[in-house]
Structure formats: structure tokens, C-alpha cells
Write a protein that binds this ligand. Structure first.
Ligand code: UD1
Length: 349
């Protein structure tokens, strides 16, 4: 039996990961700081029967204690989302990067050499695009003036032609566009350096847009699915930004948990650092997501507002091929089924 320590194990994704690891027959220990950005109420005392230890990863003594007897660390703990403003910056870096650094140092000291890292598609910035004349191109951030004029699609910098969005794969260059994204890229680089120095193993899972039961309610740190769901629950129409045609890959949290179980197994048979998209492989537009949620809840029809957020990227849709071939992971939950269940599922306070 493998002893797995899950950090952030009381969070939205972490809770599902703990349950799935238990079901797969692993011994699971859980730590979580109960960060107020993710938990409005104090977290429970146990997660799937495992006692929850309140540990701040920046506390090396608490981390060392939690690592006793552990074979693999599944590192989910992080502050996510766009946040409120730059006052959040030190806390993002503190939790996500200093916390990871302390965890890695203690793992090396105690002799734990296997790590699964919760990374994110935000490391890519924009997704993959092709210009009909110039082939693959990487558009920069969109100009506020273009967005205000309703020009949401990126154009080729060389010829101005409309770009065709494609599936982003793990070889795409990293191009973080927010503080959160920058901290996720730093986590990837820190774990890669740790891996080289220790001869250890890291499987980095780049989650796409995760949704499902237990998602936090509408907060500055929530993804769009929870925001739409919260609006509908309050009898308000979801507000779809831009023209609603921006695309993402929505992946159900049960699939993300299954990917973590596969990743834990994979850390046993190899050394080195490797990243994987964790995605459904079936992209959907934000407008479609809103419409589907409104339909199944019988709520008001979404409004396409034309509003925009300067930091948003246009399309990020993912190639699921590497995770399928190397981890044996294939998302099982179809969006229509997942959304139907999500419509009635509890959100977290
Ligand atoms: C989201 C998460 C990010 C996570 C990533 C991958 C947030 C804020 N973002 O990024 O942390 O790493 O998935 O899992 O949690 N939108 C609306 N109406 C709204 C809010 C948003 O139409 O009320 C639109 C946005 O303009 C954007 C899309 O929905 O086009 C997705 O937004 P969101 O889920 O916030 O961010 P992602 O960039 O997809």
C-alpha cells in the first residue's frame, strides 16, 4: 500500500482526490491550512475519514512532521483564480511558491522523492493558434481598445488575418499572464529543479477548467462555472462576457481525481519531470456552458454582455493525447451529464 500525503486536501479538488485515492486502496494523509481565500467556513476535521491536519506549508517543522512515513506527495494546496488586486500578490507567492519551496526542501531532507503537482493550463497563457498564411503563431495579450470595440479574436501580428484556434499540447511555450499563472509556472520550475537535484519523480498535471460538486461559490477566486451556478441559484441570469464564443475545456472534478490516482501510480515507475494536460478533449464555448446550465436548472437565459476582463485569454483548448498514452487517463464524464449533476450539487460556502 502506498502512503500518499495530499496537501490542500480539504479544498474543492483536493477533497475529491482524497476520496479517489482512498477508493484506489492507498493510505491517505491530509493537510490543509484552511485558507480564507478558499474556505469561508473552517474546514472539516476529517476528509473521507482521514483526519485533517491544519498545516501551513511555510512551516517547515509541521511539514516535516506530516511527511513521516509518506511515499508520495500530491500537492494540491494553492491560492487559485485571478484574485482581487495586486494586494493579493504576496499571499499568492507565499502560499504557492514559498509553500512549495518549503515542501520540496523537507521532502528532500526526509527522503520523499515522488511528487504529483497540481499545475494549470494558465501556464500557457493563450492557447494554440494558426494563421492561414504564417502557420503556428502566438498572439500577445489583447489590447483593451480592441476588446472595447468588440474585437475579441486575436489577429496575426504579421498580416492581420483571423487566427484559427487549435489544441494546445504540453510542448507549448509557457506564457503566464497573471500573478496566479506566474506562481504556477514557478512551481513547475521549482519542482523540475528539485527533481534534477534529487533524482526524484514529478508528474505535473495541468488542469483545464475544473467544475463539479463542492466548487466554491461565487468569489474572486472562483472559476466561471461556479459563478454561473451561483447566479442561477439566486435567480439571476448568468452574465457571459465578450461574445460568449471564447472556448475552454471543462473537465469534471471526478476525472481530475482519477488523473491524480493515475499520476500517483506513474510516479512509481519512472524518474524525471513530465507535464500533462488534464482535459476532457471536448472543448465548449463559455456561452454553451452558460446555456446548458441555465437549461438544466430551468433558470433565466444567459445574457451575453460584451463585457471583458483585460487579463482573460480568448481560447484555451487542450490536447488530451499525452495523458491518454502515458498515464492511461481518459476523461469519462460528458459535459451534458456533468452539468446536469452540477446543477443540483452543493457548492462550498
Ligand atoms: C480558470 C481559473 C483558473 C484555473 C483555470 C484552469 C479562475 C478565475 N480561473 O481560468 O484559476 O487555473 O481555469 O482550471 O478561477 N466569464 C464570463 N462571465 C463571468 C466570469 C467569467 O463570461 O461571470 C468568462 C471569462 O471572460 C473567460 C471565461 O469565462 O472568458 C473563463 O473564465 P474563468 O473561469 O474565470 O477563467 P479561466 O481563464 O478559464
Amino acid at each position: 500500500m502506498t502512503h500518499v500525503l495530499v496537501t490542500g486536501g480539504a479544498g474543492f479538488i483536493g477533497t475529491h482526490v482524497v476520496v479517489a485515492l482512498h477508493r484506489a486502496g492507498h493510505q491517505v494523509s491530509v493537510v490543509d491550512v484552511g485558507h480564507p481565500g478558499a474556505h469561508r467556513a473552517p474546514p472539516p476535521d476529517t476528509v473521507a475519514g482521514a483526519p485533517l491536519r491544519r498545516v501551513d506549508l511555510r512551516d517547515r517543522y509541521a511539514v516535516a512532521d506530516a511527511l513521516t512515513g509518506v511515499d508520495v506527495v500530491v500537492h494540491q494546496a494553492a491560492m487559485v483564480g485571478l484574485g482581487v488586486d495586486l494586494n493579493d500578490l504576496p499571499e499568492y507567492v507565499g502560499c504557492n511558491d514559498l509553500g512549495t519551496a518549503v515542501l520540496l526542501a523537507e521532502m528532500a531532507r526526509v527522503g520523499v522523492h515522488r511528487l504529483v503537482l497540481a499545475s494549470s493550463m494558465v501556464v500557457y497563457g493563450e492557447g494554440a493558434y494558426t494563421c492561414p498564411a504564417h502557420g503556428p503563431v502566438r498572439p500577445g495579450p489583447r489590447a483593451g481598445a480592441d476588446l472595447a470595440a468588440g474585437r475579441f479574436e486575436s489577429a496575426c501580428a504579421a498580416c492581420g488575418a483571423a487566427l484559427e484556434p487549435g489544441l494546445v499540447d504540453e510542448e507549448a511555450p509557457l506564457d503566464p499572464r497573471s500573478v496566479y499563472a506566474a506562481t504556477k509556472v514557478a512551481q513547475e520550475h521549482l519542482t523540475a529543479a528539485w527533481c534534477r537535484q534529487t533524482g526524484g519523480t514529478v508528474v505535473a498535471l495541468r488542469y483545464h477548467n475544473v467544475y463539479g460538486p463542492g466548487m466554491p461559490r461565487d468569489t474572486p477566486y472562483s472559476g466561471v462555472a461556479a459563478i454561473f451556478r451561483s447566479a442561477l441559484a439566486a435567480g439571476r441570469a448568468p452574465r457571459v462576457f465578450e461574445d460568449g464564443r471564447q472556448r475552454r475545456d471543462f473537465v469534471h472534478v471526478d476525472d481530475v481525481a482519477a488523473a491524480n490516482v493515475a499520476a500517483v501510480t506513474a510516479t512509481g515507475g519512472r524518474t524525471g519531470w513530465r507535464a500533462y494536460n488534464i482535459a476532457s478533449g471536448r472543448p465548449a464555448s463559455i456561452g454553451e456552458m452558460a446555456a446548458e446550465l441555465a437549461r438544466v436548472t430551468g433558470g433565466p437565459t444567459p445574457v451575453v454582455t460584451g463585457e471583458f476582463r483585460l487579463g482573460d485569454v480568448r481560447h484555451v483548448i487542450a490536447s488530451p493525447v499525452r495523458a491518454r498514452t502515458e498515464l492511461g487517463f481518459r476523461a469519462a464524464v460528458h459535459l451534458a451529464d456533468g452539468v446536469r449533476e452540477f446543477a443540483d450539487a452543493p457548492l462550498r460556502g
